[in-house]
Design a protein. Structure first.
Length: 221
């Protein structure tokens, strides 16, 4: 397994990536790190995310350690599209599909039933998992080239300043993360809206860029 501390300086490798002209070598390196159980920070449309292989419990545990995150707090997953989401968790509730078709890719996280194949560290024992398709070229390229979902929690210490750029990621997690894909500052700078569709009617559990009235209108509530 790759560990940041194995490097002499103990610091993350920083790779500058332009969304309009992505570096093939930078993504190949980042994908290799993920497959070895390492951690990769990268920009999304909301904040910089801390990515790990969602199928690797040891890598997921590293996310919790890096962030100082309590194991009672679940971690959402980033997927490339609705097809990958279904492949990850199986059939989705009708409300989830309608919301995804309207706001994915975008700043909307859907909490859906988690199958037994999802690592329990991610669900914190809730049997639910959050899924999102980010509207960000670097994030989508990384997920697609990796070929599966990655963790999408913010790349900062729990309770720390929002990671709006690579410098902030390195200040907080420089000794814990293996690679930072530096795509410049993010535009949004706020967490996604979170909707729990495991219950009927769905409930907005965190307000964000996608407004409550738009969600309720789409669902006819």
């Amino acid at each position: 397994m790759m560990r940041t501390g194995d490097r002499p300086d103990g610091q993350a490798v920083r790779r500058c990536v332009a969304p309009e002209a992505p570096s093939a070598s930078a993504f190949a390196h980042a994908v290799s790190v993920l497959r070895q159980g390492g951690l990769v920070a990268f920009p999304t449309d909301t904040l910089y995310a801390l990515g790990a292989d969602a199928s690797n419990p040891s890598a997921i545990e590293r996310v919790f350690i890096a962030k100082g995150r309590k194991p009672t707090n679940p971690i959402l997953l980033l997927v490339a599209d609705l097809t990958m989401a279904i492949r990850c968790v199986g059939e989705l509730p009708e409300a989830a599909v309608r919301l995804a078709e309207r706001w994915w890719p975008g700043p909307l996280t859907l909490v859906v039933p988690a199958p037994g194949t999802i690592c329990s560290l991610l669900t914190a024992g809730t049997d639910r998992i959050g899924l999102r398709v980010p509207d960000a070229a670097i994030a989508l390229t990384l997920i697609r080239q990796f070929g599966g979902p990655v963790t999408g929690t913010s790349a900062n210490r729990s309770g720390g300043k929002d990671p709006l750029d690579a410098d902030e990621v390195l200040r907080q997690l420089g000794g814990q993360v293996d690679v930072v894909l530096d795509g410049g500052p993010v535009a949004a700078g706020s967490p996604s809206t979170v909707v729990d569709v495991t219950i009927s009617p769905p409930v907005i559990v965190r307000h964000g860029p996608v407004r409550q009235e738009e969600i309720l209108s789409l669902l006819g509530l």
